[in-house]
Design a protein around this ligand. Structure first.
Ligand SMILES: [Zn+2]
Length: 164
């Protein structure tokens, strides 16, 4: 078994977010996130587990959806979301349980199927998407995604790939 890794510094995205729970609430702010990716498996006849550039391209395409957007945690029950029109333009209105209200341009919002936009939840989301993108490849056993919101502040998630 070998592990192929694309280290942090190769893939990143810049997004706005705030973490919002009963016990921890942040104001709107942003990060220059860095993403590291690993896949584990047995090398094929060509002696590659997987082509580096291909893994980088697939990951970059997933990350591009988040880049320069507000990350909206769709499963956060403390944030009510309404699609509205303001001065002829589509907007998303967020009403938070403790009184904050945000109105954002719709095209600047990236809804994510997560409870919160912690690095834990973002890494889980990206890992799931990467697993979906890679699941039909033979020889891959595990995919791991690490997300850092600033240097040294990172979380990672791994998912096993079932043999097809
Ligand atoms: Zn943050």
């Amino acid at each position: 078994m070998h592990t192929l890794t694309i280290g942090r510094g190769q893939i990143g995205f810049s997004s706005a977010h705030f973490v919002y729970s009963e016990t921890f609430r942040e104001p709107l702010h942003g990060h220059n996130y860095q993403v590291g990716v690993s896949v584990q498996g047995s090398p094929g006849p060509d002696r590659f587990v997987m082509n580096f550039l291909e893994l980088k391209k697939i990951t970059r395409e997933l990350v591009r959806e988040l880049d320069h957007r507000f990350l909206l945690p769709e499963r956060n029950t403390l944030i009510s979301v309404a699609k509205k029109v303001f001065e002829g333009k589509p907007v998303v209105e967020l009403r938070c349980a403790y009184g904050e209200v945000y109105v954002l341009p719709s095209e600047g919002v990236c809804p994510l199927p997560v409870q919160d936009t912690t690095v834990e939840d973002i890494s889980s989301y990206l890992c799931f998407r990467l697993k979906e993108a890679l699941k039909r490849r033979s020889g891959l056993k595990l995919v791991k995604v690490e997300v850092c919101e600033s240097p040294g502040f990172c979380a990672s998630t791994s998912e096993t790939l079932e043999p097809s």
